[in-house]
Design a protein around this ligand. Sequence first.
Ligand code: ADP
Ligand code: MG
Length: 678
Amino acid sequence: MARLSDPITILKGVGTAKAKLFAQLQIYTLQDLICHFPRGYEDRTKLVTIDKLEPDKPACFRAMVMNAPRTAHIRTGLDITKVRVADATARLDLTFFNQKFTAEQLQYGQEYVFYGAVRGDFIGYNMPSPVFEALDAPPVSTRRILPIYPLTAGISNAAMLRAVQQALAVCDPPEEVLPEEVRREYGILPAERAYHAIHAPNSLEEAALAKRRMIFEEFFVFSAGLARMRASRQQTRVLPYTACNCTPFLTALPFALTNAQTRAIQDIQRDFSMGIPMNRLVQGDVGSGKTMVAAAAAYLTAQNGGQAALMAPTEILAEQHYATLEKILSPLGLSVCLLTGSLTPKQKQAVREEIAHGRAQLVVGTHALLTGDTTFDHLRLVITDEQHRFGVAQRSALGAKGENAHLLVMSATPIPRTLALLMYGDLDVSILDELPPGRQKVDTFLVGEAYRPRINAFLRRQVQEGHQCYVVCPAVEENQELGLKAAETWAETLQKTVFPDLRVLLLHGQMKGREKEAVMARFSRGEGDILVATTVIEVGVDVPNATLMVIEDADRFGLSQLHQLRGRVGRGSAKSYCILTTHNHSPQTLERLKALCQTNDGFRIAQEDLRLRGPGDFFGSRQSGLPVFRCADVTCDLETLQQAQQASARCRAGDTPESAALRARIDELFARREAGRN
Ligand code: ADP
Ligand code: MG
């Protein structure tokens, strides 16, 4: 018997050259091979008679060879072999192109099972290049449910099938991780049967059952892993905060907190007093005021003699957070500092010293901040903003750096419940379901190119009224083929030919950190009328005087991303607008974009986005942080997800011990995520 960890090269027909091809599919070991599941099946179980064959619909049939195959050499590189076959109902001519040796195996007078499609455009009955097997040969590509595998160039489906079947024959499939009572309750196939059934099902129903088992198993392992993280955290002891008075902070604010903000801060205060590390998500739509919740948490941490770190995904956002928090917290006696990649080495060194000696009480920076050489004296709170870019694994890495620090995660993307479960299943959640008073709906319009003069006039009017505008483009440099408005060229056009008298600024992700900051700072100070930008402004940027956002080629963005972008306007008291332009008039595109015009509710938009685009695109092209599942599809398999979670919770409640196999699977799943294969 071979072991699951053995390399696939122990299989017949898999040498080093083939192994390289398999490696492209991340298949290295027998286990990888056995876990390389079909993406679908072709039902070739039913045999039809020749007279029932329909043009272009492949089917299996049994027929006798009526003559010896004859090969004609048509021209260089083209041989045609013809054979006539027949059953009781009809005759059929088979044509093989450059398959002389295959076709000539057909023996006159013998019966075979064929699989192929008659061609509608041939005169009479004719079938090009069917596959065939002798009646007494084991059914490989006929008379069975054929699994269809994800492939790569150089590996055919038949080769994959052979390799998988060999692997299943020489070693036992992965060990059972699902407790028997769970399998019984939810009608789940046992592991061994499921692995065989998924690769060689006797029926489509059996294939579906096998697939359901794999999905259930993945979700079960994932849920158990989250539970384990939670449990280990709950065994960690930290000193409870004793100073819990927020009043000085609240009095210093220029506004009263919303009820939702107050509730979130109370949740956090409770966590701080528990003596175990907090792990909390604050989720709230753009503009719901998450930064103030973070500020309160940092304030309380400083009151209790700890340091807090706030990490933002971009330098611009870090810069902005720093400005906001410094303004509120330094008058209260907190020392706030900024650490980003664009500081000079000397400046960085100085800031790091402040941090190391514990003089810096709140450090704001990018995520690079906590990696590398920054050491804290007594870090007790880690806050990460716009967390949807990071998954559970990245978070647990952070936890390690933070040495049992409290963790506060802020997310603006109102992630649909089910996805939230996957991404944040290990967190407690506070929801900011209320916007600060006085916010108005951002009126949103979808227009075509014909509206260009009116868009320009509208831009001008906003500026004349003393406001500022964003123009967002999908790319930096011009892409002629797609005709996208590249930020750079578009900024130039606007400045030179459309608004020579206005101040047009440009911001994009390829600029250096300091340049970006300088541009943003100028725009914040009102030294620019129109900011042409790529999505670098997507997160967090806060310029309340901006009242109009034009998003060019809006169809290039995801709905949730557009909603985030739109959240950059409507932050002040003036009425704000968002104009979406598109060259793409397909009904799907228009339907998608209209959803945005109809509602400002981020949650509804997220649901719609998920429904229309699936979870991969839902978060845009960037790393989503979603777990990598082999089989499960988080948009379709919700019911299974819920069942698996239930089952996993029940096992824990019933104190079912984690089996060694389950432990190993959890480690594997989380390691896979950490390795960044997502
Ligand atoms: P987000 O949740 O998108 O991060 P911010 O924290 O950036 O939102 O807050 C958006 C804007 O609302 C900021 O200008 C902030 O100063 C303001 N703000 C936050 N809380 C309140 C409040 N309770 N009342 C009035 N304005 C508030
Ligand atoms: Mg924010």
